[in-house]
Structure formats: structure tokens, C-alpha cells
Ligand binder design. Sequence first.
Ligand code: ADP
Length: 272
Amino acid sequence: MKQPLIRAESVSFDYVVNRNDVIPVLRDVSFSIYPGEYVAIIGHNGSGKSTLAKHLNGILKPIAGNVFVNGLNTKEDKYRRSIRQQVGMVFQHPDNQIVATIVEDDVAFGLENIGVPGEEMKERIDFALDAVGMSTYRNRPPHHLSGGQKQRIAIAGIIAMRPQCLVLDEATGMLDAYGRRDILRVVRKLHREGMTIVTVTHHMSEAAEADRVLVIESGRIVMEGTPREIFQQQEMLHQLQLDVPEASRMARLIHDQVPAFQSGLISQQEMI
Ligand code: ADP
């Protein structure tokens, strides 16, 4: 049996605002993510998805329970850098993730921080830009790019760090249909090449791409299974206020068939 890449054990988390107002968010959450998996975390707004995602590389730390990345406890500060390198995160707003005025400098940013030498840095930037299909943009100012292209640059910056796992926290949330398609294509390719993917999304069409889906409600995991198993539980999904895929499409909304958006099962409107 493979060792989990990420293991969450009975994780609970509260936000504390105004010094002592406690907002309970995660409650006793346990799951494992194995190397090479593609896992989607779904749930309606405010269910705790993003808070959970931020626990996967130690941006947030549990108030009870533990998260381990390749056996390293995210609560231990000495593992912080190593954990962040192993698990990279891409967020919703592409503009907030772009730091440089030229694409290649932006991709280089994380590498400079960890002191990667010049020649290796160049190789890693070439590889990362190629992986997201943005090599021809390397000398362009990122602020002139579309949302989808900016998000691809953000992903390149993460890939350049050679993480084992890429976590996308509503990474397509601000993008139009074309931008979403771009990102899904890139993510699918990275997964095929062996990268572990965790995607936080409220789009069922994106969850359908995954091997396994975790459904979160009020900070607890309430369902877990393949997209097919999850989509079959229409009533439960309805209660959780999640868009229920129409029965006729449902069977085909599974990752091992033609991706939903390519097959035309997902209309352009739904992509938005
Ligand atoms: P989701 O990603 O499913 O929309 P979140 O994890 O963003 O859910 O939020 C879960 C709950 O935590 C919500 O009630 C939200 O208002 C609250 N919350 C999120 N971030 C913060 C924060 N920085 N400070 C206080 N409360 C927060």
C-alpha cells in the first residue's frame, strides 16, 4: 500500500475574529491523498473548502488534529519550506499571484527565493512555461494577458518549484469559459504526467474530472467516492445545495471518458 502524500487526521479549525469571536469551520476532518491521485473537494459556499485547502500545505494549521505531508507535520515550523515546495497552491484571483513585470521573472520568483542556480533556473522556467503552453509569452508583461493565461503563469511558477502536488483553490473561479478550458487542459496534462492534483471547486463539471470526490458540508466530510458514485446520489446533493447533474448527462460526467467540456456535454454557459 502506498504511503499517503497528504494525511489529515481529525482536523478541526476555527477562525478567531475580533480577538474572541470564534467561527468554527472544520470539524474532525480525516482523509488521505495518495501520490498520483486527482481529488476534487466540493461543497457549497462557506462549507469550509478553502479553509481545508489551506491546511494542505500548512498555510493554516489545525487547532486540533494534524496534517502530514509525506510524514512531515505541518505544525512544525522547521518543515514549512519543505512542505510548501512539495505542495503548491494556486488561488482564485490570478492578479494577486503575479508579482513581476515580465512573465519569466514571475516564474523565477519562487526559484530565486530558494536559491536555485542560474542554469538550473533557466531549465526549470523553460520546463514550466512549456508545461502550461506559455513559452512564447516569456518576455511579455503578465498584466496584458487574459485571466486564463495569467492563471497558467501562476501554475508555471508553482510547477517550477517541482511540487509533488498541485492544489487549485477555485483556480478557475474568476475565468471565462475559455480560461477555464485552458486550465482544465493544463491540469489534466500535469496529472497524466504524474502530478497529484487536488482541486477545490463548486463546478460539477470540474469535479467530474477527478478520480475521487470529497464533499464537505459545515466543515465535515459528508460524502466520498468516485464522481459516478457521488453524482448518483442526487437527493443528497440536492440537500447540500449542489448543482445536480441532469440524469441523462450524469453517467457520462466521469473522468475516464471524454472530458465533459470537450464532448460538448458541458455547454459554454455552464463553463461560466
Ligand atoms: P468555502 O471555500 O467553502 O466557501 P471557506 O473555507 O472560505 O468556505 O469559509 C468557511 C467559513 O469560514 C465561512 O463562514 C467564512 O465566512 C469563514 N471564513 C473564511 N475565511 C475567514 C477569515 N479569514 N476570517 C474569518 N472567517 C473566515
